[in-house]
Ligand binder design. Structure first.
Ligand SMILES: NC(=O)c1ccc[n+]([C@@H]2O[C@H](COP(=O)([O-])OP(=O)(O)OC[C@H]3O[C@@H](n4cnc5c(N)ncnc54)[C@H](OP(=O)(O)O)[C@@H]3O)[C@@H](O)[C@H]2O)c1
Length: 317
């Protein structure tokens, strides 16, 4: 089969198409003929950073390094312990995160728990898109944020991959949603369902929001998490996707009795079934910014690494 192999960490020229064996499946896995791959900032991060590659992907010694986690495709074989899927099923999900998902390939071996049936109303591209980014939004807001009706939720980078799903999920639970983005993405943020939009270039968000029940902070800007803490009300919740809070920060949060959690999204726990259900109900939509052919994976990486995406970048297999 064709796969995109990372020859060494560095620029996109190190992503090379190669013939490799179709992966063997374990008893709890399905073999998926891959049709679409979604690209996330972490894909570009591990491609260019040896420490991150070892820490997040943990590639097997001596084996080809195949990156990527988000897939959608058709089941072509099932392990003997798999009960929920059969050959011919259309599925999608985030495979083995953190770990090696090996998504940049024509065939992917995935634990059955990491995928869900693709709703008929959702294309392969839009289903692949709604994997890592949508699961991050779900685990941030629902699992750790415990979002509920009437909550005020501040979502940073509300037009991005995670952000646009987070706005929709918070709205689905009946929250009042405020999203930050640059002026070019105002319409996008409001179209995803946000009640209010803040142009982060024009106004400091913490001067406008001081009583959020939940803040989702996905930015690595120094001091940003502290500013987000001042936007959370006492007893609220602050979920960080990038910055690890240090002891001084934890003390500041404790003084307000704010729950702080630095999330690492995880494939386990069947949350992908919740995402499938939202897609099926029409409560969640993937906004696809751009699609690329398999041969142009490098361009997809460059695009996502630019950090200006509205919605998701997808590569067709
Ligand atoms: N810990 C985890 O498990 C986890 C999981 C998923 C993602 N992440 C991280 O979370 C971050 C977001 O991921 P993503 O997939 O959503 O990325 P993305 O799709 O590349 O996000 C791009 C968005 O960020 C916005 N943005 C940039 N600077 C901003 C600022 N100062 N204020 C508000 N918005 C800003 C951009 O909007 P403008 O063009 O309008 O600026 C753009 O729409 C990434 O760093 C990613 O690595 C972590």
């Amino acid at each position: 089969m064709k796969a995109i192999v990372l020859q060494q960490t560095g620029g996109v020229e190190n992503l090379v198409i190669k013939e490799v064996p179709v992966p063997a499946i374990k008893d709890n896995e399905v073999l998926i003929q891959n049709k679409a791959i979604a690209i996330n900032p972490v894909d570009a991060f591990v491609r260019g950073n040896a420490g991150a590659l070892q820490g997040i992907v943990r590639p097997a010694e001596g084996a080809d390094i195949i990156l990527g986690w988000d897939i959608a495709g058709e089941v072509v074989a099932t392990g003997k312990d798999v009960k929920d899927f059969k050959t011919g099923d259309a599925v999608f999900g985030m495979v083995n995160f953190p770990g090696q998902g090996s998504a940049y390939a024509e065939y992917v071996a995935a634990p059955a728990d990491h995928v869900a049936l693709k709703p008929a109303n959702t294309t392969y591209e839009k289903a692949a898109a709604a994997s890592l980014a949508a699961l991050t939004a779900w685990q941030a807001l629902v699992v750790h944020g415990q979002v509920k009706k009437g909550d005020k939720v501040l979502i940073h980078a509300a037009a991005g991959g995670v952000g646009h799903y987070a706005v929709q999920i918070a709205k689905h639970f009946g929250a009042y949603v405020i999203g930050t983005a640059s002026a070019a993405k105002k319409e996008g943020v409001l179209s995803f369902g946000a009640n209010e939009y803040i142009d982060y270039n024009q106004q400091p968000f913490e001067s406008l929001v001081t009583d959020a029940d939940i803040v989702l902070d996905s930015l690595g800007i120094p001091g940003h998490l502290e500013r987000s803490l001042s936007a959370v009300k006492n007893n609220g919740r602050l979920i960080s996707l990038l910055v690890f809070p240090d002891d001084a920060f934890k003390q500041q949060a404790a003084a307000k009795n704010v729950y702080v959690h630095r999330l690492t999204v995880n494939s386990d726990g069947k949350d992908i079934s919740s995402i499938a259900s939202l897609l099926e109900q029409g409560a969640l939509h993937s906004d696809i910014a751009e699609t690329f052919p398999f041969e142009e994976m490098g361009k997809a990486h460059e695009k996502v690494a630019g950090g200006k995406t509205q919605g998701k970048i997808v590569v067709n297999v």
